[in-house]
Write a protein that binds this ligand. Structure first.
Ligand code: SF4
Ligand code: SF4
Ligand code: SF4
Ligand code: FES
Length: 948
């Protein structure tokens, strides 16, 4: 496969419906009104020379290279800034234009360093290309004139360099940072020859406001901004389109290769989730795939205190299978289970749950969605009939009001956050419900209209109070409710929310949110036009997570903000394939497509194809597996790509459960924390080494394509097949496309999905079946999936986790842009420079009361446990609230979180833990002991006979 060159049309596409016909160099062309002449010319294959224009950015008109002549008009206007007009006659290649362009290029080249042959961008430089395109052969002014400033190279960013001497001051980088990323980190400082791109206040990139998204690097037409990997390895020679393996945005990338080496990841312009943009993780943080910590050989050990012993694949697989068989023979069929991975592909996840249901013969399968978005599944299925978000990302372009609840998109879902910011700068209104002042509360050119800084744990009360205002002030969209929802249930609900106890004034007392903010936000959402709700784990990870999801669904129905573009209820899903892992049947009570295991017809369908009886009883959830392990009834587990010890709550309980098992099989890239308790380690493959699909937060199924051979020898799905075969349940597929064919056969919402279709269309959003052969961008357009929309009474019940004299503060947790989840991958990349450790954010008032200074070590304790970390004093958190991330195992913040969980789904209550913070001298005793345990557990025995 050759390098995939995106066509650059020079300016963005016009969305106008009216068409305009003109003639360019004698060829008639019809394009939408508002299209630039440059783009219209490109539509008929006529590439007008350009330097400052690119179709990711609005036209700027600074380089004067794209001049054209228009019949009946004087002068030579720039084609990038001149829109088409009906009947226009344009010439792009007259002798006068050729001379003018040569003149422009002469000026550029006369002040450019003449080191093309040794330049890292040689062969991949638009300045070089344009010199060729205009036929420049000589420079009349010589090469000894004044040069662009050369203050040296800024290599402060770990991933790219900035070399001002090569800059042509086209401003593409500045505009990319503004228009695409929305960070506004760059300006052009100085004038004339002295003008230079300046990050923030003429700082090095690393010290500036730059968030390392790389949009400027991608936009730069020269080597001024260039990836360090290109400088080190050379320019790429081939590219394969694949999908990011970090977050639920699901950015599509061109993996650009030189030989078998990955040179760079370039966001794919045709990617429908990201439209050519990315964040620092997807674009740059792929070094973990070749990190020295990666384990490439299978290993086993009898006891978890033994050193690991490297063995052949056969030995490892046979050992694991024989242990599972022994355990089931001794303790019963239900004594084993497994956990699927939201980092692995749909096909891999499907096979793990198939292995558990068909080979183990029980439903003891669960997934990490248990600890993040299981309440979304429950809440949206109950109210609307589908366990997924309602919109595509493009829909935000038509939103007039955005309500963000318990999500921090600029850190958690950065590429979608950039889309949101674009729309907000264009005038959409913004309401934020969050205990913290997240970046979107105030960021360049954006200020939230309402920020409701609610006390952690009061989501249900505040969202119900928004509904109170809407109902009592007559703002309900009655037409929508009568047509689309159950009217009787609505009336019961309306009576419930109208009660005085739900008024903003009453709710202010428990939530801390001023009543006028609740009233104002409710009125804006109900009356401001298209209202779209985006929410995150700040909604779900509570004892009332499912209730809040249903309260949100009620709010959208009551205002008619569902079932068309620009509106909807949208969970911002965490991991790259958490939507997919849920869709594939990773929960103990549901097979793929969210059908309950107790449904006879559903089971019969699976049994006919799989040739094994399925258990009609739901299996164990992760916390129940650990309880059962401690009871002695659950003895073996197969964990694919999931570090439950670090990511799940109440670490001690998890550790005790794992330690009580007789066979823990971990399949992963690294010896993760859970592997401290494993008996068999099966090395996994990275997303670069496998074929398959991921499903993002929009329900968009996208291809993951293998760009290099698996370093461990197998793709993850192949390992599951080996294990299943050894267990005596044959599984054979020649290619993951065959697994998708099986998924399609068994899952009505995937009935028309195939690799062939995905190759043809790029991606599809499920449901994709006979009724919607090209997928479903917006759900519930002509009625809810469940029939009538269901209003649910959402009684607020305060969490049992209460502050008091011993634990007076509330801890809430989250993540930051540069790190990902438990950090197993991002900690093994240069991203650590931005986040070397988890810090505890604490308000200055609370810090002062405790004598804590910025950077001091503090002990964070709850009734579940304690840990130590360093303090970060900030007003981002309100007094009484502290916040931290959970990216580093040395902190193990989940030692502190409790066993409380969502009443419906057991999703842990990560967002509310009563804690105390006191000064400390450094890491606590157990942290030091844990480091020693980890060191011991990671010992690998020397081979008995040294390899030749
Ligand atoms: S990397 Fe992104 S944030 Fe940083 S300057 Fe470039 S465009 Fe702006
Ligand atoms: S750094 Fe690159 S994109 Fe920015 S102004 Fe200079 S040449 Fe243009
Ligand atoms: S981490 Fe998320 S936002 Fe960043 S590139 Fe990957 S999919 Fe896109
Ligand atoms: S490309 Fe049109 S002025 Fe630069």
């Amino acid at each position: 496969m050759s390098l995939i060159q995106d066509i650059d049309y020079g300016t963005p596409a016009s969305k106008a419906e009216k068409q305009v016909t003109l003639t360019i160099d004698g060829v008639e062309v019809t394009v939408p009104e508002g299209t630039s002449i440059m783009r219209a010319a490109m539509e008929v294959g006529n590439q007008i020379p350009k330097l400052c224009a690119t179709d990711m950015l609005d036209a700027f008109g600074s380089c004067r290279l794209c001049l054209i002549e228009i019949e009946g008009r004087n002068g030579t206007p720039a084609s990038c800034t001149t829109p088409v007009a009906e009947g226009m006659v344009v010439k792009t290649m007259t002798e006068r234009l050729k001379q003018l362009r040569k003149g422009v290029m002469e000026l550029y080249i006369s002040e450019h360093p003449l080191d093309c042959l040794t330049c890292s961008a040689n062969g991949d430089c638009e300045l070089q290309d344009m010199a060729g395109a205009v036929g420049l052969r000589d420079v009349r002014y010589g090469y000894d004139g004044q040069r662009h400033p050369n203050p040296g190279i800024d290599a402060s960013n770990p991933y790219f360099t900035y070399e001002p001497s090569k800059c042509i001051v086209c401003s593409r980088c500045v505009r990319a940072c503004e228009e695409v990323q929305g960070t506004f980190a760059l300006t052009i400082a100085g004038r004339g020859f002295d003008s230079v791109v300046s990050p923030s206040m003429e700082q090095p990139f690393f010290d500036s406001e730059c968030v390392s998204c790389g949009a400027c690097v991608q936009a730069c037409p020269t080597a001024t901004l260039n990836e360090k990997s290109v400088i080190e390895i050379g320019t790429p020679s081939r590219a394969i389109v694949t999908t990011c393996a970090y977050c639920g945005v699901g950015c599509a990338f061109k993996a650009e290769m030189r030989g078998d080496e990955l040179v760079r990841m370039v966001p794919y312009k045709d990617g429908k989730a990201n439209r050519g943009h990315s964040c620092v993780k997807g674009r740059f943080a792929f070094g973990y795939a070749t990190h020295k910590d990666r384990i490439l050989n299978p290993m086993i050990r009898e006891k978890i205190t033994d050193p690991w012993r490297e063995v052949s694949w056969d030995e490892a697989i046979n050992y694991a299978a024989s242990e599972f068989k022994r355990i089931q023979a001794k303790y019963g069929r239900s004594s084993v289970g497994g956990i699927t991975s939201s980092r692995c592909t749909n096909e891999e996840t499907f096979l793990v749950q198939k292995l558990i249901r068909a080979a183990f013969g029980n439903n003891n399968v669960d997934t990490c969605a248990r600890v993040c978005h299981s309440p979304t599944g429950y809440g949206l299925k109950t109210t609307y009939g589908t366990s997924a978000g309602t919109q595509d990302f493009d829909s935000v372009e038509e939103s007039n009001v955005m309500m963000i609840i318990g999500a921090n998109p600029t850190d958690g879902h950065p590429v979608f956050a950039s889309r949101m910011k674009t729309r907000l700068r264009d005038g959409a209104k913004l309401i934020i419900l969050d205990p913290r002042r997240i970046d979107l509360v105030r960021t360049p050119h954006i200020e939230a209209d309402y920020h409701l800084p609610l006390r952690p744990g009061t989501n249900v009360a505040v969202v119900t109070s928004l509904s109170h205002v809407i109902v009592t002030e007559g703002l309900v969209n009655e037409k929508f409710v009568r047509e689309r929802c159950d009217w009787d249930e609505f009336q019961d609900w309306a009576e419930f929310v109208s009660q005085d106890r739900h008024s903003p004034e009453e709710v202010e007392k428990l939530s801390g949110v001023p009543a006028d903010l609740i009233r104002g936000a409710a009125r804006l959402y109900a009356t401001g036009g298209n209202g779209a709700i985006y929410y995150g784990l700040g909604v779900t990870e509570h004892s009332q997570g499912s209730t809040t999801v249903m309260a949100i669904a009620n709010l959208a129905m009551a205002t008619g903000n569902i079932g068309r573009r620009g509106v909807g209820v949208n969970p911002l899903r965490g991991q790259n394939n958490v939507q997919g892992s849920c869709d594939m049947g990773s929960f103990p009570h549901e097979v793929s497509g969210y059908r309950h295991v107790s449904e006879d017809a559903t089971r019969a369908m699976f049994e006919a194809l799989w040739g094994r009886p399925l258990d009609e009883e739901p299996g164990l959830r992760i916390p129940n597996m650990m309880d059962a392990a401690l009871d002695g009834s659950f003895k073996g587990i197969y964990i694919q790509g999931e570090d439950i010890l670090q990511s799940d709550p109440n670490t001690q309980h998890m550790a005790a459960g794992l330690a009580a098992m007789e066979c823990v099989v971990v399949q992963d890239l690294f010896l993760i924390e859970t592997a401290n308790y494993a008996h068999v380690f099966l090395p996994g493959s990275t997303f670069l080494e496998k074929n398959g699909t991921f499903t993002n937060a929009e329900r968009r199924i996208q291809m993951v394509r293998k760009v290099m051979a698996p370093k461990n020898g197998y793709e993850d799905w192949e390992i599951t097949c080996l294990l299943s075969n050894a267990l005596g349940y044959p599984m054979h597929y020649d290619h993951p496309s065959e697994i998708m064919d099986e998924i399609a056969k068994l899952t009505p919402t995937f009935a028309d999905v195939s690799f062939k279709k995905l190759d043809e269309l790029g991606s599809v959003q499920w449901p994709c079946n006979a009724a919607a052969p090209e997928g479903t961008p917006i759900m519930h357009m002509n009625g809810f999936v469940r029939g009538k929309g269901k209003f649910v009474i959402t009684e607020y019940v305060a969490t049992d986790e209460k502050t008091g004299p011993r634990f007076p503060l509330l801890l809430t947790t989250g993540r930051i842009l540069s790190q990902y989840n438990v950090g197993a991958q991002t900690r093994r990349t240069a991203n650590v420079v931005w986040h070397e450790e988890d810090r505890l954010e604490i308000h200055p008032h609370d810090a002062e009361q405790r004598g804590v200074r910025d950077g001091d070590w503090v002990k964070l304790s709850s009734r579940a446990g304690e840990t130590s970390l360093r303090a970060l004093i900030t007003e981002r958190v309100a007094p009484g609230v502290v916040y931290t991330t959970f990216h580093h195992p040395s902190t193990q913040v989940n030692v502190v979180t409790t066993e409380f969980s969502d009443w419906a789904t057991n999703c842990p209550e990560y967002k509310v833990t009563a804690v105390q913070v006191m000064p400390s001298n450094g890491p606590s005793e157990w942290q030091e002991e844990y480091e020693e345990l980890t060191r011991q557990s990671r010992r690998i025995a020397e081979p008995l006979v040294a390899a030749e």
